[in-house]
Design a protein around this ligand. Structure first.
Ligand SMILES: [Zn+2]
Length: 180
């Protein structure tokens, strides 16, 4: 017995497989042995077992739901086509009727519309952000260029003016020499 004793770490690593009864009889036996002697691991085991049972209950509830009918299955199959307006008039009305009479279907429809709205609004937001960023960038760019131009214009303008004055003086001097 002693050479098959598992440590708490080993038991922890195997516990969820044990709870789901996926271990060999031999390995399950070792774990059972450990659980009998270790209250900590036993507590973990009971908690896990409890969770699994609750999960199974929920699954069974879904199966037993009186609205989970063949009609509802049809509805689920056609839901995305309905949302995207891809159904013919007959199927369209059929889906609407199911949505009115079946709370599960109505909930699904509401969920998918909410989801679509969420997606759409986040898309719009991204688009707007991009637009804002874009115009901001353009403005920023223009502003920046203007700044550069203003700074560059000043010395350039002075130099050009001086050059023109010089040229005018030279031309006036030549004219004076030639014609007077
Ligand atoms: Zn233990």
């Amino acid at each position: 017995m002693t050479n098959h004793q598992l440590s708490c770490e080993q038991v922890n690593a195997l516990l969820n497989f044990y709870v789901e009864e996926k271990l060999s009889t031999k390995l399950s036996g070792y774990i059972e042995e450990h659980l009998k002697n270790c209250p900590e691991c036993m507590a973990k085991y009971l908690q896990m077992k409890n969770m699994l049972n609750k999960f199974i209950d929920i699954q069974n509830e879904e199966i037993e739901n009186p609205y989970a009918t063949k009609q509802y299955e049809d509805f689920k199959l056609n839901l995305s086509a309905y949302i995207d307006n891809e159904l013919n008039d007959f199927d369209n009305i059929k889906i609407k009727k199911i949505a009115i009479s079946n709370p599960l279907a109505r909930q699904d429809l509401e969920n998918i519309y909410t989801f679509k709205k969420m997606i759409l609004s986040s898309y719009e937001k991204t688009k707007n952000d991009f637009k804002n960023d874009f115009s901001k960038n353009v403005l920023c760019h223009l502003q920046h260029r203007q700044d550069i131009n203003e700074k560059k214009l000043d010395p350039f303008f002075k130099l050009t003016a001086a050059f023109f004055v010089m040229i005018t003086c030279i031309v006036a001097g030549i004219i004076r020499i030639l014609y007077f």
